[in-house]
Design a protein around this ligand. Structure first.
Ligand SMILES: Nc1ncnc2c1ncn2[C@@H]1O[C@H](COP(=O)(O)OP(=O)(O)O)[C@@H](O)[C@H]1O
Ligand SMILES: [Mg+2]
Length: 260
């Protein structure tokens, strides 16, 4: 399997854990010693600065790099104690994504990649729109498509994966987020096989629904590596680097056989 190093995090449905996954994975990769760049590409709707507790440190954003108002290094922030993690915020005010600026945004991503010399780059996105398309066509090596157990999100993930293949011929990997293992076990919500089967995308990992993760985000703290979700992000980071690790490794409460 060719390693995906520039990753667009996507899926057309909102509120399903895309930003959470982008951040959790970026932190796990950085904690494992990989130089990682996390870029909030959800133009006009930025959130990662809040989730990282960095809102007071954002002076410049991706649009400032795109439009030459600052140098790439001016727009990069390193969360405290995270020597291998670089972050660039999205503009908060841009109402839409004017077509004419799209190529400038892609150029900004290239400049940030060059400035950080990052091994992994994660672009959190709005899920659809011209910028996502341009990232798929001209920047990313692969797509991380997010789905939950919700039927609408499963359908959306399938559709998004086919767009990624059409636009950028991108390999896609499925990340199942907010997974409720008990609901899968008792059959009240989709199990893993149903989600994988319906999306037609190869799975890279499952992140359990974890209240501790939600609270950490609301307080602007990085996910605790020992929490269920934190452990899941570690596992996904390991798989992205080409190594194998059991689906729920380190998450003792969940038995793979029961949630299929
Ligand atoms: N694994 C999880 N467990 C619990 N809450 C989660 C999980 N993943 C995401 N959330 C919560 O769901 C909400 C939406 O997540 P977010 O990452 O912003 O979605 P998106 O980027 O797809 O709109 C947030 O409040 C977030 O804290
Ligand atoms: Mg988001």
């Amino acid at each position: 399997m060719k390693l995906m190093k520039r990753i667009v995090v996507t899926s057309a449905k909102g509120g399903i854990g895309k930003s959470t996954a982008a951040l959790g994975l970026a932190a796990a990769l950085a904690n494992a010693g990989h130089r990682t760049l996390l870029v909030d590409c959800d133009i006009g709707n930025r959130c990662l600065d809040l989730m990282l507790g960095l809102e007071d440190r954002v002076l410049y954003d991706l649009s400032d790099v795109a439009e030459g108002r600052c140098t790439p290094s001016d727009a990069l922030i390193q969360p405290e104690g995270m020597t291998d993690l670089y972050f660039c915020a999205a503009p908060v005010t841009a109402a839409a994504e004017p077509e004419s600026e799209i190529s400038a945004y892609i150029q900004a991503l290239r400049l940030l990649a060059e400035e950080t010399n990052a091994e992994y780059i994660l672009c959190d996105t709005a899920g659809t729109g011209p910028l996502v398309r341009a990232i798929a066509e001209d920047f990313a090596h692969g797509a991380l498509v997010i789905a939950t157990q919700q039927p609408a999100s499963i359908r959306s993930a399938e559709h998004t994966a086919s767009l990624m293949e059409t636009w950028g011929n991108l390999p896609c990997r499925l990340l199942i987020s907010m997974f409720e293992d008990r609901a899968a076990t008792n059959g009240s919500r989709a199990g893993l096989l149903e989600i994988i089967d319906k999306t037609h995308v190869r799975t890279v990992g499952v992140v359990p629904r974890d209240r501790a993760l939600m609270l950490a985000q609301e307080e602007g703290r990085l996910p605790d590596g020992k929490s269920r979700a934190g452990r899941a992000f570690k596992n996904i980071a390991i798989r992205l680097t080409g190594e194998d690790v059991p689906l729920f490794y380190g998450i003792r409460e969940i038995k793979t056989g029961k949630v299929l």
